[in-house]
Write a protein that binds this ligand. Structure first.
Ligand SMILES: [Zn+2]
Length: 197
């Protein structure tokens, strides 16, 4: 199953940058390659338009929406104008396309230290050229993993406190409410930052 499914139907533009608002929606405000979110990276300024098939080699696709991907600056600069040769393609050395499949299901596997195992030639090519195993991304994956655990803990704590509210005396109700509010703020922050629902 594709990692990202396009829903937007933008008008035809000649300047690829004009597609950015549509790409933001279709890629759920996260990088097509490393999956880091706008919220995690500090806003949309950290993102730009990537040409999946590089514009230097596929000039006719320069402003074709389906060839444009929402990418963080780092992934875009690592990927650059790289494209496999016919020989490489015949050996499966291609970029995994997150609009066709889920790279992290089929070609790369996340390890417990946040690093990546390459499962296929496609995984090796994609990781090698976009450098998805770089330390910053290991850290991102570790933090996302921890966020999933924390969200579960926060969810349970919320239930416990809600039950406690029923039995609490007047004085402690305010205290419990304050803790509940803090928990909910953190749940929301983690959900936005790591796109975990
Ligand atoms: Zn990225």
């Amino acid at each position: 199953m594709a990692r990202f499914n396009r829903q937007q139907t933008p008008p035809i533009y000649s300047d690829p940058k004009r597609y950015l608002p549509f790409l933001r929606q279709d890629f759920q405000r996260q990088c097509a390659y490393c999956e880091r979110t706008e919220s995690f990276l500090g806003g949309e300024d950290h993102f730009e338009v990537d040409h999946f098939r590089p514009e230097q080699k596929f000039k006719s696709l320069r402003a074709t929406y389906e060839n444009l991907y929402y990418s963080c600056r780092k992934c875009n600069s690592h990927k650059s104008a790289t494209w496999p040769t016919a020989y490489q393609i015949s050996r499966g050395l291609v970029f995994s396309d997150p609009c066709v499949e889920d790279p992290y299901e089929l070609h790369l596997r996340e390890k417990s230290d946040g690093g990546l195992d390459e499962l296929t030639p496609c995984g090796a090519y994609t990781n090698g050229h976009i450098r998805l195993d770089r330390p910053m991304l290991r850290d991102w994956r570790l933090q996302r993993h921890q966020a999933k655990i924390d969200l579960q803990v926060f969810g349970n704590a919320e239930d416990v406190l809600l039950r406690a509210l029923d039995f609490a005396g007047h004085g402690s109700r305010d205290e419990i409410d304050a803790v509940l509010e803090a928990i909910r703020r953190n749940i929301e922050r983690l959900q936005t930052e790591f796109l975990i629902s």
